[in-house]
Design a protein around this ligand. Structure first.
Ligand code: NFS
Ligand code: SF4
Length: 634
């Protein structure tokens, strides 16, 4: 068996003209970027099949199923055990990432409540009261700050809980909660599930692939119904619950005559402050003193999605755009926090004048400048960052600047609350109109969540766009988050005009309600908003008694991150059929494959599928939606 795989890299690198233009510029400038590195990283067949084990140093052991001599690792582990352990570790790592983000938000809410993170304050008091009530905290006798502090403490305690179950599980339909209890996949505490899964996957612990996969479902649940949901809800309380905003997307949002600062990563607080500080007279004057016409802030990846939804900040791109932004030669500073930040940024920046500024103690990069953002005066930290960027403007080489023309309008900000209001009206907010439109013949067939990353092995955005177009043409309402949402935004699918591409039934509803056929619901932690929306649809009535009865499906057509796998596991555990484009690394484990692609359905009502062709994948989703409609008799 070859050690290198034929893992294909698609010929076309991106369907985005801005990307094509800047990939060519990077080549001219002799700059190496992900689009070029992927050509030399061939990948490993064992890793791809999930059969390479590095859990101890007797190995690495590699299982070749065709060779009986190497059917087991040195410790005796079978291919299925190894495949399951590797997959489980992806879920644990993804859950850890989203959850540590949620923990940070809870910590920041507490600092805010105590006045130790200036100048933040509670932005959504109504939501504070509502979420606090779910934790059994009443507002009586408390100031807003005291209530916020009590909620922050209660939310933080979810991470270290040893027994019982996570508070937000109570949001799910009763039938689902009972099923989780029966399957034993109710997460106790967020940290406990991550630690336990890491323990189970160490050499000589859990050897049964089914036991490992069930634990992975529970760990994933700790992400979706725990860490991510805490992240989303507490961010809304602190920074505001998103409502629809119109803005622009793609690298054309960079401005030739302004100081360009990109905020990139996942945590929203500091970036929100950078946005605010950029409007400060002192900063604007300073930028003018260096010859610029102001300061232009643009987002990238999920931090970008956060400030897009709440502050109307234009977004420069998704995952594979981060290096390209620097290649424009027009970015004075890229401010990064945690997750999905490429290690190559300082090197790429070294070819231009861009300063890479890390801000989280958890995520430093050699060659980047570090400005700590933990507590104290966030506004001062933001101004310090902007001053660096402004000073750097003089180093811009006008000859090296090339900003693509590409930019597109978009509407974003469809939180679950907004969808509720838009459908039902301010005074009778409800999902009734959506349920009715699904139950009626020839209107909305169902709802699909299309989420996740870009993956350099596949043509950038092609999977997202082909899938989303096919779904809406077949009257499926699409909800998106993360880099998938940005892909659709760049292609113009998040505009009201996109209803032209929708099937007649979906089109009629979108026109009546005034929404695009593709709804941008936020960053990847905001997939928790989709869970809440699904619960509301069940509660509204007429579409069954459980999430698994709903005519809905999920997909990650270009996923690459461990976080996507954690999301997949909680979505499946919640009863949703979910298609991944790039295959799960489980090809070497027949038992694991059988379980996650078939067996899970009997257990949870949800299951995984793999389909690299996005249109074929869309039809797997449509078939599933049709199957659910038939079962409901609609
Ligand atoms: Ni989600 Fe958002 Fe993008 Fe993928 Fe990375 S930014 S958290 S992991 S690459 S969608
Ligand atoms: Fe090999 Fe077992 Fe060690 Fe894995 S845990 S490297 S299979 S000996």
């Amino acid at each position: 068996m070859a050690t290198e795989t034929d893992t294909k890299v698609t010929k076309q690198k991106s369907i985005d003209k801005a990307a094509e233009e800047l990939i060519a510029k990077a080549e001219r400038d002799s700059v190496t970027i992900a689009f070029s590195r992927v050509q030399t990283q061939k990948g490993c067949a064992f890793g791809k099949a999930g059969t390479c084990c590095r859990m101890c140093v007797m190995g690495p052991c590699r299982i070749n199923p065709k060779d009986p001599e190497s059917a087991r690792g040195i410790c005796g582990a079978t291919a299925d055990t190894i495949v399951a352990r590797n997959l489980a570790r992806m879920v644990a790592a993804g859950t850890a990432a989203h959850s540590d983000h949620g923990r940070e938000v809870a910590h920041q809410l507490k600092l805010t409540a105590k006045g130790e993170l200036k100048p933040f304050c509670v932005a959504d008091k109504a939501k504070l009261v509502k979420v606090a009530a779910e934790f059994g905290i009443t507002p009586e006798g408390k100031t807003t700050e005291q209530l916020a502090e009590a909620l922050a403490d209660a939310a933080s305690a979810e991470f270290g809980k040893q027994d019982g179950k996570l508070t937000f599980l109570a949001r799910a339909p009763e039938k689902r909660q009972k099923l989780w209890a029966k399957l034993g996949i109710e997460p106790r505490g967020v940290d406990r599930e991550v630690v336990e899964l890491m323990h189970r996957t160490a050499i000589g612990v859990d050897q049964d692939y089914e036991s490992l996969m069930v634990s992975s479902l529970r760990c994933g649940m700790a992400d979706g119904w725990g860490g991510s949901m805490i992240g989303t809800e507490l961010t809304d309380i602190m920074l505001g619950t998103p409502s629809p905003v119109r803005t622009k997307v793609n690298l054309g949002v960079l401005k030739e005559d302004q100081v360009n600062v990109i905020v990139h990563g996942h945590e929203p607080a500091l970036s929100a402050m950078v946005v605010q500080a950029a409007k400060d007279d002192e900063m604007i004057k300073l930028s003018e003193s260096v010859g610029a016409k102001g300061i232009n802030i643009a987002g990238m990846c999920c931090t970008g999605n956060e400030v897009l939804m709440r502050n109307k900040v234009p977004i420069a791109g998704n995952f594979l755009h981060q290096e390209l932004a620097i290649v424009t030669g027009a970015v004075e500073a890229m401010v990064v926090d945690v997750q999905c930040v490429m290690s190559s940024l300082p090197e790429v920046a070294g070819c231009y004048h861009t300063k890479i500024i890390t801000t989280s103690r958890k995520a430093k990069i050699r060659g980047a400048e570090h400005i700590d953002f933990e507590e104290g005066d966030a506004y001062e930290v933001a101004k310090k960052i902007l001053r660096l960027a402004i000073e750097n403007y003089k180093n811009r080489d006008a000859e090296a600047v090339e900003i693509p023309d590409e930019k597109m309008d978009l509407v974003a900000g469809f939180s679950h609350e907004t969808i509720n209001y838009m459908l039902g009206g301010q005074f009778r907010a409800s999902y009734r109109p959506l349920n009715d439109a699904i139950m009626a013949p020839n209107r909305i067939r169902g709802v699909a969540g299309v989420v996740g990353c870009n993956n350099a092995r596949y043509t950038q955005d092609a999977g997202h766009i082909a899938m989303v177009k096919e779904l809406i043409a077949n009257d499926v309402l699409v909800v998106q988050t993360g880099c998938g949402a940005v892909a659709s935004a760049k292609a113009g699918l998040l505009t009201p005009e996109a209803i032209e591409m929708a099937g007649p039934g979906l089109r009629e509803v979108c026109e009546a309600v005034g929404i695009p056929p593709v709804l941008h619901a936020g960053s990847c932690v905001d997939n928790s908003r989709i869970l809440v929306a699904l619960c509301e649809m069940v509660r509204e009535g007429g579409l069954g008694e459980d999430i698994s009865d709903l005519p809905v499906a999920g997909a990650a057509p270009e996923w690459m991150s461990e976080k996507a796998m954690a999301i997949g596991f909680y979505v499946v555990a919640s009863g949703v059929f979910t298609v991944f484009g790039p295959p799960h690394p489980v090809g070497g484990g027949p038992g694991v494959s059988e379980l996650i692609f078939k067996g899970f359905e009997e257990m949870t009502g949800g299951m995984f599928a793999n389909e690299e062709d996005p249109v074929a994948a869309a039809h797997l989703m449509i078939d599933h939606i049709n199957k659910k409609r038939k079962a409901l008799g609609i």
